[in-house]
Design a protein around this ligand. Sequence first.
Ligand code: PRP
Length: 186
Amino acid sequence: MKEDKFYANDLAEIIITEEELQERIKELAAEITACYKPDEELVMVGILRGAVLFMADLARHINLPVIFDFMDVSSYGKGTYSSGTVRIIKDLEENIEGRHVLIVEDILDTGKTLKHVIAMLETRRPASIKIVTLLDKPERRVIKHLNVDFNGFEIPDKFVVGYGLDYAEKYRNLPFIAVLKEELYS
Ligand code: PRP
């Protein structure tokens, strides 16, 4: 880690480099493109705030007409563990009835957030709902039957930051995924 970087003393290790992220994101975009008919319109629903960087990079490699929308559903406070309570802070702007929806998440952890988001969006009768998550922490799953269509990387149960993921709102702008030093949050 370069010593002139603001995070140099905060990170234990980089687990996914910028190059690995970008390479995998291109593959995911190709998989997603192949799942729809040519020219079929996709409503990408980014879950704020963590999904912003991933959605921006993923979208530019998807070869379909894409609409951007966002929801803000927060289940984490400033700590590292989910309370299991999902608060809807910002709803969609788009009417998704009859349209193809792709939910874009940065990380799938317990699965509680996605379970709530999917249940809510299904009531609006979209043509389809698919889910893409950049990271998956299977060891932490509480909701067992979540059907995620596209996943970038499986990661171990460590507290990770960067590329959209934060600790107390910090580190979202790192271009890679890193493990935060334990002493910073324990
Ligand atoms: C994080 C992450 C997912 C959710 C995953 O969001 O972005 O939305 O938690 O956890 P789960 O599978 O246990 O529900 P967070 O509430 O921290 O908001 P943020 O994206 O603004 O950081």
